[in-house]
Design a protein around this ligand. Structure first.
Ligand SMILES: [Fe+2]
Ligand SMILES: [Fe+2]
Length: 235
């Protein structure tokens, strides 16, 4: 397929995702309004949902481990992307507070993923230092290209992550095991997905698509995110 067709397809897919997933997020907002991540911030040792892990087969344990490992790595990278953007645009009156607000949510996401990783005794990725450097570099470089490009970076990252969390919710729904910690995990991922889709909407509302080379930048960032997801699942 010619490169321009690939770029056009990528743009179309991003538009479709924005059109569909935010609606899904709004539809599920009533289920996430109990703020499960806040529940994690006040961990209760007597609460099985936040303090125990289910008995699983080796295959199911591997699958759960991959889900939590890659999500923790993703939230690390997200924090460093916003840190990189703030290092360049933190003093910008228009975009600084906006980026800080999204970063603050990512800090909460990472705290929750750290708790889940410990609760389910999942080995963290060995690629965490790479995720930090790559995330900071991506955030800083796109911010140096201008605030529109920084928003285009956020749009591309959150498109992939929104889709990724949606895939995980489907996989978890098919896990034939009932345990309060798995129900809570689904609630947490739903809440995180909704937050990421809000970030996506914020980026689009703040002119991400005005950036020159928007399609090319989107394709590069989305491809990088997808490669990182596959790597962090495994190592
Ligand atoms: Fe996040
Ligand atoms: Fe996000």
């Amino acid at each position: 397929m010619p490169p321009l067709d690939i770029l056009a397809l990528a743009m179309l897919r991003a538009r479709n995702l924005r059109a569909l997933l935010p609606r899904a997020a709004r539809a599920s907002s009533s289920s996430s309004s109990s703020a499960p991540s806040s529940r994690y911030l006040k961990t209760d040792p007597s609460d099985a949902a936040t303090s125990s892990s289910p008995a699983l087969s080796n295959k199911q344990r591997t699958e759960l481990g991959e889900i939590i490992r890659v999500d923790q790595a993703g939230e690390i990278a997200a924090n460093w992307i916003y840190m990189g953007q703030m290092a360049v645009l933190g003093g910008d009156r228009a975009s600084g507070p906006l980026i800080q607000e999204m970063w603050d949510q990512e800090k909460k996401h990472l705290t929750v993923m750290d708790r889940l990783q410990a609760q389910h005794r999942v080995r963290p990725t060995v690629l965490a230092p790479v995720a930090k450097i790559a995330g900071f570099g991506l955030g800083a470089v796109t911010a140096l290209m201008g605030r529109d490009a920084a928003m285009a970076c956020t749009e591309a990252v959150e498109t992939v992550i929104g889709e990724h969390y949606d895939d995980q919710l489907k996989a978890l729904a098919e896990l034939p095991v009932k345990h309060p910690s798995l129900s809570l995990l689904r609630e947490v991922i739903t809440e995180l997905r909704d937050d990421e889709l809000e970030h996506l909407d914020t980026a689009v509302e703040n002119h991400s698509q005005r950036t020159p080379q928007h399609a090319l930048l989107t394709t590069i960032v989305e491809t990088g995110c997808k490669v990182a997801i596959e790597l962090c699942k495994r190592v």
